[in-house]
Design a binder for this molecule. Structure first.
Ligand SMILES: Nc1ncnc2c1ncn2[C@@H]1O[C@H](COP(=O)(O)OP(=O)(O)O)[C@@H](O)[C@H]1O
Ligand SMILES: [Mg+2]
Length: 266
């Protein structure tokens, strides 16, 4: 079940300063409650598009609306707008180390809610809830800098979830995680979507898109959206996947036998 538009891109164009346009006239919508994969090869523009959704980059022309309101760079000069926008839209960076702000996991997770000036007791309750939800209570006294990659990802996710965002944006969430942590993350994301949260997941992991996202957007290496529709359709369109550089050598030889894979070798 999906509802009102969360994000609405209308003929949006974007360039990093003084460079040629990266995006030209991009239009699409994402609705409340959807789980959408943003697929594309390295350099296709996935992270940049997510940064626009998070208010970290701003279009040069066309419009970008969030929750029915046009969003511009000037909005983020207002500290209160900025804090509340980031509480509504949680963003898990690809490199979660850049998100670390304190030296103790508990304080790390409490940081965002304290910034929102929530009462101490409410902050405490929220931190304990999220520690329990993600089953990471044992990490509470540890230093975020001394955790394994998987543990760091869990703490970064906790720091996002503690703000109770309606929309969750993930940049390559499974990169660098071991298989058990990957499947743990997938089950958490499925649970969050079942709770009604909107998920947007940038990835070139087609298995992940298949498992988590009924809908996919595909960015070409020329930064255009060349597909917007059911994930099952795009995963069966090998021609387009190859054109977008998401699969290669679809027909190849192992043990002298010519065979095919639906996905690339991981
Ligand atoms: N801060 C930046 N300044 C200038 N160019 C950038 C910046 N960040 C990314 N780019 C360029 O924008 C293009 C898209 O990058 P990105 O959005 O990171 O793609 P993806 O996440 O799909 O790998 C690439 O050509 C990249 O080099
Ligand atoms: Mg990226």
């Amino acid at each position: 079940m999906t509802g009102s538009p969360v994000f609405d891109f209308n003929n949006m164009s974007f360039a990093y300063s003084r460079q040629a346009a990266l995006f030209n006239n991009i239009s699409f919508q994402i609705h409340s409650g959807e789980s959408v994969a943003l697929l594309g090869a390295n350099g296709s523009g996935k992270s940049t598009l997510l940064k626009i959704m998070c208010g970290l980059c701003h279009p040069q022309s066309g419009s970008f609306q969030a929750f029915g309101r046009k969003i511009t760079g000037a909005d983020f000069e207002d500290d209160s707008f900025s804090k509340h926008y980031h509480a509504r839209i949680g963003f898990l960076f690809q490199n979660t180390q850049v998100q670390v702000l304190t030296t103790r996991v508990w304080d790390e997770i409490a940081y965002g809610p304290l910034q929102l000036s929530l009462p101490r007791s409410e902050v405490q309750r929220r931190v304990e809830d999220v520690l329990a939800f993600l089953d990471i209570g044992h990490l509470r006294e540890r230093s975020p800098y001394r955790l394994s990659g998987g543990e760091q990802k869990k703490v970064a996710l906790a720091s996002v979830l503690v703000l109770n965002p309606q929309v969750l944006i993930f940049d390559e969430p499974t990169n660098g995680l071991d298989p058990r942590t990957q499947s743990w993350l997938v089950s958490v994301l499925l649970k969050l979507n079942e709770q009604g949260r909107t998920l947007i997941i940038a990835t070139h992991n087609l298995e992940l898109a298949h498992t988590l996202c009924p809908r996919s957007l595909l960015l070409s290496e020329q930064h255009q959206i060349i597909f917007d529709g059911p994930t099952d359709h795009i995963l069966n369109d090998h021609e387009m996947l190859r054109e977008a550089n998401l699969i290669a050598d679809f027909y190849h030889t192992h043990h002298n036998q010519m065979h095919t894979h639906r996905y690339t070798h991981q």
